[in-house]
Each structure stands twice: as C-alpha cells, then as structure tokens.
Design a binder for this molecule. Sequence first.
Ligand code: LIP
Length: 295
Amino acid sequence: MADILQNVMDHAVAVARKAGEVVREALSDDRKVMTKSSAVDLVTQTDQKVEHLIIQSVKEKFPQHRFIGEESVAAGEPSILTDNPTWIIDPIDGTTNFVHAFPFIAISIGFTINKRVEVGVVYSCLEDKMFTARRGRGAFCNGEPLQVSDQTDVHRSIIATEFGSNRDPEVVDKIFSSLRNILSLPVHGVRGAGTAAVNLSLVASGCVEAYYEMGMHVWDIAAGSLLVLEAGGVVMDVDGGDADLMSRRILAANNRSVALQLVEHIAPYRPDRDDAPRIAPEGPVRDDLPPAASD
Ligand code: LIP
C-alpha cells in the first residue's frame, strides 16, 4: 500500500506540474468561455484539455483506478465515490480567475481509497507552489512542512470564503447573512482567493485561520482538505458535524475552537449532493461556435 501511495503521489505531482504549464501557456491565448450550471459557472477548452491530459496520463500508469473529474462529470460521467482507488480531479480550480487572469489558479488532484483521501496535491500554478500531503505523513509546500496557525480566538482570525456560482436569491441571502454575522463578530478580515483548493492551502499554510463554503464540489476540496488535516487542522461540516466529501459543504479550520466559533454564525443551506441522482446534464453550453447552418 505504502509504495502504491508513493507512486500515486509522484505521478500526481508530475502530471499537475505538466498541467500547470498548459494553463500558464493558455493564459496568453484567447480564452473561449462556455457556461455550465449557471451563467457564471464557467468552463473553457483549457479545463477540458487539462482534464483529458491528466486522466490519460493516470490511466496509462494506473489502468485499474477510477476517476471523478470536474469536466467529465459536466459531460455526463457519474460522480459516485466508491471504495475503489479513485482520482478526484479539478483541472483548473479557479476557472473564473483563469478567464479573467486573476492570479490564483490551481490544479487539484485527490486520491481516495475506501472513500478516504490518502493523497492530496494542489499545484497553485501561477505562484509555482506545489502543495502535497499524504495521510499520516504531513503536508508540504515545495517540500517545506506546513503548519496551521495557532490562533484560538476567532476575533483575531482571517476567514476565507467564496460566493460560488449560484445566484438564486435565497442562496445569495444565506451567503450574505453568514458574511454579515462573521464580519460583525468582528474578525480581522474575510478573504477569498477564488479557488477552494488555494483557500484550503492558505489554511494549511497558517495564512488564514479558516475557510468555509457551501456549493463547491468534491473536486474543489478533496486534495485541499487533506492538506489542512495533515498541517494540523480540522475539517468538518458547516454545522459542526462530520465532514462529508460529497455534501458540497465544508468548514476547514486551524483548530476545533475556531471552527466551532464559526459554526454558530454560518447560515447553512444544502445544495444537491455531488452523488445525488442527476437528470442527464446538457453539457457545457458553447458560445464560441457560429450558428448552425440550416439546410
Ligand atoms: C470553483 C471553486 C470556487 C467556488 C466555485 C467553484 P472551479 O471551482 O473553487 O472556490 O466558489 O463555486 O466551485 O469551477 O473554478 O473549478
């Protein structure tokens, strides 16, 4: 088992680095934008290309392994986590950032066995920071060990969160309600990098004390959640219950005390789970094609 996990880690790091090169090069090209679940849930051909590159490369080396990839799921592949060895891939976490050249973009690769994340790799490719974690073996950035912040008082903390891509008025109200409660505690600040994976790496690095979000997906958080745990932090549901990778809800913090102080102030809502039965998705809507010729 130990050797398999080391091979997985080595391969994940190598392919994430290669993916990062593709993303950096694509930043100088014209980026064609498509939409998925909403008008602000963006995807580009680079997301699809990078996911293909990662999956092909992993399939060659580990033909028995399974995948949950953001763009494969958008194209109709199932998103069911089983006990089998599974690679959970976000080819570009921070696609909106990528579209706007906002400088935080990550390749996120988690690897699970028995539904538990064993390896996590987050490559923040514009910063050239390679975050890695193996269960029980610590978390690292470019080889240097990571440690969460030792702050125990939420009032002296920075909290990271995101606005997501759901603009339903009830959801937006909940987001602002949480934000208002947390800002008024008060806390030192609220931040968001525009990528869940980078937010989690910031918790693991001790730069922010906590990150919470509802509505992101398993591929956004699988790898980063292991970084936080292995850097000494905690990961749970936004209501303080057990973390559930497929629930689309996460609260990650430097310690339980800070997490529980936040739980009281987060207005929770329950997005559809990643493993909920789905009507066949339509796939991304392309706005880069000329109108079809009528004959
Ligand atoms: C995004 C996240 C972001 C979150 C969005 C979305 P994508 O991932 O990382 O933090 O707020 O809902 O899931 O779509 O850029 O891979």
